[in-house]
Design a protein around this ligand. Sequence first.
Ligand SMILES: Cc1cc2nc3c(=O)[nH]c(=O)nc-3n(C[C@H](O)[C@H](O)[C@H](O)COP(=O)(O)OP(=O)(O)OC[C@H]3O[C@@H](n4cnc5c(N)ncnc54)[C@H](O)[C@@H]3O)c2cc1C
Length: 381
Amino acid sequence: MRIGIIGAGIGGLVATAALQADGHEVAIYERRNDAGSIGAGLTLFSNAFAALDAIGLGDTVRAVSSTAIGRLRSGQRQPSGRWLVSLPPSETPTVRSLLRANLHHALVNRLEPDSLRLSCSVCASADGSPVLNVNGREERFDLVVAADGIRSDARTQWGLNREIRYAGYTAWRGISASSGHLADEAGETWGRGARFGIVPLPDERVYWFATRTTPPGGTDANARDTLLRLFDSWHAPISDLIEATAPDAILRHDIYDLADFPTSFVHHRGVLIGDAAHAMTPDLGQGAGQAIEDAATLTLLLRGADQRTLDGRLARFDSLRRPRTRGMWRQSRLTGRVAQITNPAASKLRDLGLRAAPSSLMANAMAGLQRWEPPKHLGRW
Ligand SMILES: Cc1cc2nc3c(=O)[nH]c(=O)nc-3n(C[C@H](O)[C@H](O)[C@H](O)COP(=O)(O)OP(=O)(O)OC[C@H]3O[C@@H](n4cnc5c(N)ncnc54)[C@H](O)[C@@H]3O)c2cc1C
């Protein structure tokens, strides 16, 4: 089949590499002039690797990631450093961390030559016919895959819900030059209306993120100074990690998700994947994982598809992917609300609840999120 993909983020790149490996003729269009990624680090859980393995990309991503986080004590701490939930390394062996830029390069290297078209701003057809307007020129396909992110124009064009909503907090991300400060401990620290997360990377550096409940649209004169002030009294090595990061390499983003969940991911011969379909807050660390699951599910469902069976395969994609991602979208938002609580009494209650909960409960909840299986009954339509 001829397939046109809008957007070379993680979702679009995984889908393109996998569909090309299956023999489809795929062109991927990216409006930016490079296919590098915006962002710092990333964690991927075993569901993402189950999906990548199913489409032959697991080892490509393993080669640029590591289980360094699984060698450390992890969980949730208070700003004083006291553990609320402590997960020993044996509970997190399957989490892998990586640099976003390395993931993008590894995926781009799996694409067929010349199939990635940069500096192409693409417009989907409102009626869902598989036609793309590429820089003013019309390109025809059998199927259009919109992987164009949270502000997806295709989602709007196709009438599949356009509103996004502010999650109430801003996130900063950075890569600290050295992991020398870690003392065998990673994970998240939850304060009142603020969080700090520590993720060791494969190359001895440390990916960190920080959040703060604040109105959208803020800016920093110097992000490092802002964060050093904000986390001044928090446990070690938080200040050291911020200090060891170049101020102009710190990213600041207001966090949004979809305001309502789309009633469908499919519009005739157009299909949404990744953040375009189900942008969620990053509180479960599953946005990219779900984009990868989408890409794998779509690829497997398109095996052996033709014009006659395509609509049925797309309907199956919709019925498989929407319930799972809707649950994650809701749960991410809820987790963010609890994690960002600002009220002192409520945050005390939250911390008491976390301390009282057995760590196996947390590990079991994580295990449910991390389960992905390929679609069943692939031969029967
Ligand atoms: C602070 C933060 C931390 C996160 N941490 C994690 C994590 O640890 N683990 C995890 O799994 N997820 C995480 N996520 C979520 C994850 O980053 C996203 O879910 C994922 O990157 C979405 O990928 P995507 O391909 O769907 O969309 P995007 O990455 O947004 O890619 C969309 C692409 O489409 C292009 N595009 C848009 N419109 C057009 C057009 N008209 N024509 C051509 N190109 C177009 C854009 O330029 C862009 O390159 C995090 C998110 C945030 C904000």
